[in-house]
Design a binder for this molecule. Structure first.
Ligand SMILES: Cc1ncc(COP(=O)(O)O)c(C=O)c1O
Length: 451
């Protein structure tokens, strides 16, 4: 099993799976980790961060307007309440475990909102990043890695003839929409899913011009009739149909096939947002899984295993609209994240990472389901697809309390959204997951019985 003993609990690389260690190239890549990196990751003293007076949560609230620059890492988002009793800041993360600023260790099921699918501080990735930084992260010229990684993406993503790198998922999706509008010389975009925080799709958010609603029209997930109506309404103004292909479950093949047909017949661009599904369902994303090829797609998150990189990729004619509009970012081609992506691509070249993620995710679900069943607590279900699964609660108060209790039992789950499998979730992690979930559920059951 690729996940067996990927990292030990202290974060040092241990015996890897036979599948991986048998591969000479990966062994060679894995072996000589830079000494400085090893010293840094082995420095246990870094685990407790000295601080006085107010705790980090309080200090964060005083200086960061929402308490956390990543919305999903606010206390409210993590646990369901600003004053929740759970960790908010980490000092160290290795494999699938993190250590908070007070030195407590947790098994992490969230994997940084899906940004990491190998494991935190994965040695090959870290070594590639350190080498890239040491060689000068940026200069007057583009890094050669931009070309190298773009070529490799074209080799693994079905729709990709061309690539444009950016830094965030939101940027890549905004670029996809800019390209679609430039290519079609039309404005209306039909969308289903979450595409990030930028204006073009933030139809329900304060601070966004009302006009956004005229040109961005939401449709429900997996609803063929609603999609057909929206396409008819858009008429000859339809620039793009933009779909997040997995929203808590896989869509029907009918919906996705209809989106493909409707976009083609309307002369519009079909865009898949593969920010979560890329390098997870399959290396090439949902399009590789379902064998439906969009015109454009956006990738990010697991593509660079936690380093900031996204890409819009797609058909050469649509992508070449970039020559007629403007898409650019100063650090889009900085070398560190590209080096991380190159290391991730090497993993995917050598072993079937995504197959392992499906398997490991299924095991995680089984462990949590077993804990739920054994506890006898009703009203909690395990949903989603195996590489990205979620817990559903019948009551928000119950969810909040469970998440707090899970944290005190050493496990961090994602509130209201996906938990993600990573290669680093090894057999020890699965055992600790079941144990932590059981502990939390038994305490929850007893509290509810007592209250
Ligand atoms: C499907 C999807 N698209 C876009 C984004 C936005 O990505 P980012 O937060 O990197 O801007 C996300 C983030 O969760 C996402 O899940």
């Amino acid at each position: 099993m690729p996940f067996r003993r990927f990292f030990d609990r202290g974060g040092k690389e241990t015996a890897r799976s036979e599948q991986i260690t048998e591969n000479p190239e990966m062994v060679e890549e894995a072996a000589p980790v830079d000494e400085a990196v090893v010293e840094e990751t082995e420095d246990e003293s870094a685990e407790v961060i000295e601080h006085d007076e107010a705790d980090w949560t309080t200090r964060a609230r005083a200086v960061l307007p929402t308490g956390a620059s990543t919305g999903s890492k606010r206390s409210e988002a993590l646990y369901g309440a600003a004053d929740a009793n759970g960790p908010t800041h980490f000092a160290r993360a290795v494999g699938c475990r993190l250590t908070d600023v007070d030195g407590n260790e947790y098994l992490d099921c969230t994997m940084a909102l899906g940004a990491v699918a190998l494991g935190y501080a994965e040695p090959n990735v870290i070594r590639a990043v350190v080498d890239a930084i040491a060689a000068g992260n940026v200069s007057a010229l583009s890094s050669y890695l931009e070309v190298d990684v773009a070529e490799r993406l074209c080799g693994v993503i079905p729709c990709a003839d061309r690539v444009q790198f950016l830094k965030t998922g939101a940027e890549a999706m905004a670029a996809a929409v800019r390209l679609a509008r430039s290519y079609t010389a039309r404005d209306v975009v039909i969308g289903c899913g979450y595409f990030g925080w930028l204006d073009w799709c933030s139809d329900e958010v304060l601070g966004v011009p009302a006009g956004v609603k005229d040109v961005f029209r939401r449709v429900p997930f997996d609803d063929v009739a609603a999609l057909e109506r929206a396409v008819t309404d858009a008429g000859d103004q339809l620039a793009a149909i933009v779909i997040e292909p997995v929203v808590e479950r896989l869509p029907s093949t009918e919906w996705v096939a209809r989106a493909r047909e409707l976009a083609t017949s309307a002369g519009a661009v079909l865009v898949f947002d593969e920010i979560k599904t890329g390098f997870r369902l399959r290396t090439g994303g949902y399009q590789a899984y379902a064998d439906v090829v969009p015109d454009l797609a956006a990738f990010g998150k697991a593509m660079a295993n936690g380093f900031p990189l996204s890409a819009v990729v797609g058909d050469r004619d649509v992508m070449d609209a970039a020559r007629r509009t403007w898409i650019s970012s100063t650090l889009a081609s900085e070398a560190s994240a590209l080096a991380a992506a190159a290391a991730v691509l090497s993993w995917h070249d050598q072993v079937d990472v995504c197959d392992s993620l499906w398997h490991i995710g299924a095991e995680m679900r089984r462990a949590v389901s077993a804990a739920i069943e054994a506890s006898g607590v009703a009203g909690i279900t395990v949903d989603g697809v195996d590489p990205m699964w979620m817990l559903r609660f019948d009551r928000p108060e119950r969810e909040r309390r469970f998440l707090e209790l899970a944290a005190t039992n050493g496990v961090l789950f994602k509130r209201g959204a996906y938990n993600y499998a990573a290669l680093a979730h090894d057999e020890d992690a699965l055992r600790d997951l079941e144990r932590g979930a059981s502990g939390a559920l038994v305490e929850l059951r007893d509290e509810e019985a007592g209250g």
